[in-house]
Write a protein that binds this ligand. Structure first.
Ligand code: SOE
Length: 387
């Protein structure tokens, strides 16, 4: 009999739903050493949390997250709440001896992220594990990109070009939501989606950013208050609220291996829905990825004869590619939700092996320091800012 791992999920909006499907699906496709159980879903509104639990497959509900931490049938707490609650819930869960998966960005400030990384280190000494949800690391094409860099197929990395482009608030009538409030989200496009490309570029290159020079902009400062919540922003209602975060972030960066980098994170790129675009140029080759074509990795091998060299469009849908063998026959492709499932697989496997999973809270703290440097640089009007 495979031992079980009771999961308590806090939050049931967009990310809560994505994590729910991952906890449900992972044991059906992967041979896991621990079988996750969807034990309890927590949210403040009793009626809505009960409705969500029914839809998403959770066995019971709580309206106070503290209760989840007290339950003996919960071994892992999954934090899918807005950023202002991450530190309090995650630290309390680790202290209660529960493994923790926490959505990104790890926290709203460096101080909170430091406290979380400290709590994670103390917990790890007691065998309690933690992971931050930079889910896109688990897209097979990103896994292949990292392997190619690690194998030296790109040589020395010279350039990293990264964009995360969305358009869900390009319309000035798109209503307010917690993602547009600094006290709840920490920052705007920068932390919500810029954090992903900071993590991804560091993950793919195996290098770390050492400094940045940045611009932040808020294009629409007043928005309608929401009449009803939607999966991202909701439906406009009466009255207005003030946007207190950036709408877009652009920054230059330098990696510790010498590469120069540019980053752009915006939710105002009309027509771009979830375009995570990463291009890396090295001394021996280049690669390019776009999440809007997420089963593809473009690879240019500079060792090939010039007459026939060119970007190759690799369909990352073969059993040889990371995670793919557990799914459909070769060539059939994966989607957004599979990254969350792979995240569960890696987390549960690390817990069963008694190892610390990655990305760790320490990795989340390092990304938080990059975000903080971007904000300091932008405030100082693009002065080079050390991380
Ligand atoms: C909204 O911009 C968002 O839901 C992010 O918060 C997620 O991290 C990303 O995966 C999709 O877009």
């Amino acid at each position: 009999m495979t031992p079980t791992l009771g999961v308590g999920l806090i939050g049931y909006a967009f990310m809560g739903a994505a994590h729910s499907q991952a906890w449900r699906t992972a044991p059906h496709f992967f041979d896991l050493p621990l079988r996750p159980e969807l034990t309890v879903l927590a949210g403040r509104d009793a009626v809505r949390v009960a409705d969500a639990a029914g839809r998403l497959g959770w066995t019971s509900t709580e309206t106070d997250w503290h209760r989840v931490l007290e339950r003996d049938d919960v071994g892992l707490v999954d934090v899918c709440t807005p950023g202002d609650t991450h530190a309090e819930i995650a630290i309390a869960a680790l202290e209660a001896g529960k493994h923790v998966l926490c959505e990104k960005p790890l926290a709203n400030t460096v101080a909170e992220a430091e406290a979380m990384a400290d709590a994670a280190a103390r917990a790890a000494a007691r065998g309690v594990r933690s992971m931050v949800g930079f889910t896109y690391r688990r897209v097979p094409a990103i896994g292949l990109a990292r392997e190619l860099v690690a194998q030296g197929r790109l040589g020395e990395i010279r350039h990293v070009r990264a964009q995360y482009l969305q358009d869900w608030i390009a319309d000035p009538q798109a209503p307010m939501s917690w993602r547009l409030q600094k006290e709840r989200a920490g920052s705007g496009a920068l932390g919500d989606i810029g954090a992903h490309i900071v993590d991804l570029t560091q993950h793919v290159t195996g290098q770390r950013l050492t400094g940045v020079s940045a611009l932040l902009e808020t294009f629409v400062e007043e928005r309608p208050l929401p009449a009803a919540e939607g999966s991202l922003s909701g439906v406009a209602g009466q009255g207005t609220g003030t946007v207190t975060v950036d709408d877009a972030a652009i920054f230059l960066g330098r990696f510790d291996g010498g590469a120069l980098a540019t980053f752009e994170a915006t939710r105002f790129a009309l027509g771009r829905k979830n375009a995570i675009r990463i291009e890396v140029n090295g001394s021996r080759g280049s690669l390019a990825f776009d999440f809007e074509d997420m089963n593809v990795l473009q690879f240019f091998d500079g060792d090939e004869p010039a007459a026939t060299a060119g970007f190759r469009r690799i369909l990352v849908t073969e059993p040889e590619h990371p995670y793919v063998g557990a799914w459909w026959p070769a060539g059939h492709g994966l989607g957004y939700e599979h990254g969350f499932t792979h995240q569960v697989v890696d987390l549960v496997t690390a817990i069963a092996k008694g190892e610390d999973p990655t990305p760790s809270f320490a990795d989340g703290l390092q990304v938080q320091r990059v975000l903080d440097a971007v904000e300091r640089s932008a405030a100082a009007r693009s002065v080079w800012t050390e991380i």
